[in-house]
Design a binder for this molecule. Structure first.
Ligand code: GLY
Ligand code: MN
Ligand code: MN
Length: 440
């Protein structure tokens, strides 16, 4: 599947068969991710589309996968770039049309240049096409042209598709449930991410710039064999820790501040997503510690609640309640617990959700609601647990709390036996964090 020794095409082959079984009569059409131009002759780093990779294990651009239950000979067809010795000198080897059948296990392969000519043949006498539209992918226009060509064949007794279905309905349900291979990759991604966070904690001393800490994370990710970070790393020191989508900047860490690091690697197309918050000087101040312990209590209660049958909404309510109680005890909120919960006063300090699915995408696919109801968790679902408290530099709170931002985030697998924390060995306990920092 990738250079790091993952299986050959057996897994994508089995997934394609499952998709075809699930959809019944119909055709799935799935394009590779487009190449994005950056400037001059430079492109943005290419990363294959997750759905496409899930079903092919193939990371070249300019390809289209067709799965069909309605073709006399083929069930899986790949359009891809043909071999081109001239271009391969610049861009590296291609699988090519000849290699696609033997290396990727598809039934047939064609030059992508032949797509416009051949795609209509796969869409004739088909009622339902599973293709995602509305995302501005350049392939959409080609799909619509192919459908128009099929409609033009009506007088030749060819029936044109009448239904366009989002393939996510089938595919994203599959991706939501992680199998043994996927959980093993996610576990390995978590190990690299652990090493990166520990290295970053050692590096994040007063005087160091946020970008130096980011460099530490990236270095450990790459040396561990991860292809890339799963998202832009956040390294926020002092008041920057309260900016939810802050990136590592040029600010230098100061004595006595907290540092919030939200970073995870992507390994073999699977993400990890971890946040830790710690005191740069090695010891929490009383205010930092008080708020930290509220977030940690919320996080532990939520992890404990991450079991089959629970819901992401229900877990968020646990975080909200523990956080609200803590903020009331510390005087950051006033009034009764009931009133604060009813009026959502906690949102002044905790303004995001507690969880999201995690998998090939950091905010992974899969419905959160089914039939209008919050979906019960099942074994094999993976989600983050990431409560936080962010006290901005604002006039309406006691000065001693201002500029403190804390989030603690782990990656949890739902199992029949209870929560399995993939990132448990990156310390969260405040005393343990202080011990780790004392060893720097
Ligand atoms: N790092 C993205 C998130 O925590 O959702
Ligand atoms: Mn997250
Ligand atoms: Mn995160």
């Amino acid at each position: 599947m990738t250079s790091s020794g993952a299986p050959s095409y057996a897994l994508p082959l089995e997934r394609r068969a499952r998709v075809l079984d699930a959809i019944g009569p119909g055709v799935v059409v799935l394009p590779a991710a487009p190449v994005h131009h950056r400037n001059g002759d430079v492109e943005h780093p290419y990363r294959q589309d997750s759905d496409f990779f899930y079903l092919t294990g193939f990371d070249e651009p300019e390809s289209v996968l067709v799965l069909t239950n309605q073709h006399p000979e083929h069930r899986t067809v790949l359009f891809l770039r043909r071999r081109d010795p001239e271009r391969e000198i610049w861009d590296g080897p291609r699988v090519g049309v000849e290699g696609a059948v033997s290396e990727l296990g598809v039934d047939a392969a064609f030059d992508i240049e032949e797509l416009d000519e051949r795609l209509p043949d796969y869409l004739g006498d088909v009622d339902r096409v599973h293709a995602r539209v509305g995302r501005g992918h350049p392939f959409e226009a080609r799909l619509f042209r192919a459908l128009e060509v099929v409609r033009g064949r009506a007088r030749k007794k060819v029936r044109a598709p009448s239904e366009l279905v989002d393939p996510g309905k089938t595919l994203h349900e599959m991706r939501l449930r992680k199998g043994a291979y996927e959980l093993e990759v996610m576990r390995r991604a978590a190990v690299i991410t652990r090493d990166a966070h520990l290295a970053a904690m050692r590096a994040a001393r007063p005087g160091r710039a946020e970008y130096e800490v980011e460099a530490e994370l990236l270095s450990v990710f790459r040396r561990g064999g991860a292809e890339r970070p799963a998202y832009e790393s956040i390294v926020g020191s002092g008041p920057n820790a309260t900016i939810l989508h802050y990136r590592a900047g040029r600010r230098r860490i100061e004595e006595g501040e907290l540092v919030l690091i939200d970073a995870g690697c992507e390994l073999d197309y699977y993400a990890s997503d971890v946040t830790r918050t710690f005191p740069a000087s090695g010891r929490f101040s009383p205010e930092q510690r008080a708020l930290y312990d509220v977030v940690l209590a919320a996080q532990r209660a939520c992890i404990e609640a991450t079991r089959p049958g629970a819901t992401v909404d229900g877990i968020h309510e646990v975080a909200v309640e523990v956080t609200t109680r803590g903020l009331l005890e510390l005087g950051l909120l006033t009034g009764s617990l009931e009133e604060n919960l009813a009026e959502h006063h906690y949102r002044k300090f905790f303004m995001h959700r507690t969880s999201h699915w995690l998998g090939m995408d950091v905010h992974d696919v899969g419905a959160y609601y089914v039939g209008g109801e919050a979906r019960p968790l099942e074994p094999g679902f993976v989600l983050t647990i990431e409560p936080g408290i962010y006290v901005g530099v604002r006039e309406d709170v006691d000065a001693k709390w201002r500029g403190i931002g804390i989030r603690i985030e782990d990656d949890i697998v739902v199992t029949a036996d209870g929560p399995m924390n993939l990132t448990h060995d990156i310390p969260t306990d405040a005393d343990e964090i202080e011990r780790v920092l004392a060893e720097r």
